[in-house]
Design a protein around this ligand. Sequence first.
Ligand code: FES
Length: 147
Amino acid sequence: MAAILSRYPADRKRAAMLPALRLVQEMKGYLTPETLALVAERLGVAPAAAGEVATFYTMLRVTPVGRYVIDLCTNVSCSLCGGERLLRHLERRLGVPVGGTTPDGKFTLREVECLASCGTAPVLQLNEEYHERLTPETVDALLDSLP
Ligand code: FES
């Protein structure tokens, strides 16, 4: 946290909000009310300000998630290229609905808005990595390749 804060002027610590929240999420898996309050205190803002940022960005998580988070885009381009079909396929394959986590804690499936890779639709983000031009078969191969 100190390294992140050192990159910002002392009177603008609030600007470190996103990297600070990402760091805490990386360490803890998701952002609890306690960790949000801790970050807010370090940045000199109200806890609600950290909560607002944490709930605005889909890359930040305020609930427990699986080891692999699958964010499947079903916005216009992805939907036109089979995104909805992929979503149903993933629900069947994982045995959980959108927003669910598999009982073994391995996967969390989420439906997200545009991932800004419309030209390579349909797209999903697996943790930090994009996978593009997907089909049910390539999705299956991707899931099968994960330890
Ligand atoms: S619509 Fe899916 S990446 Fe833009």
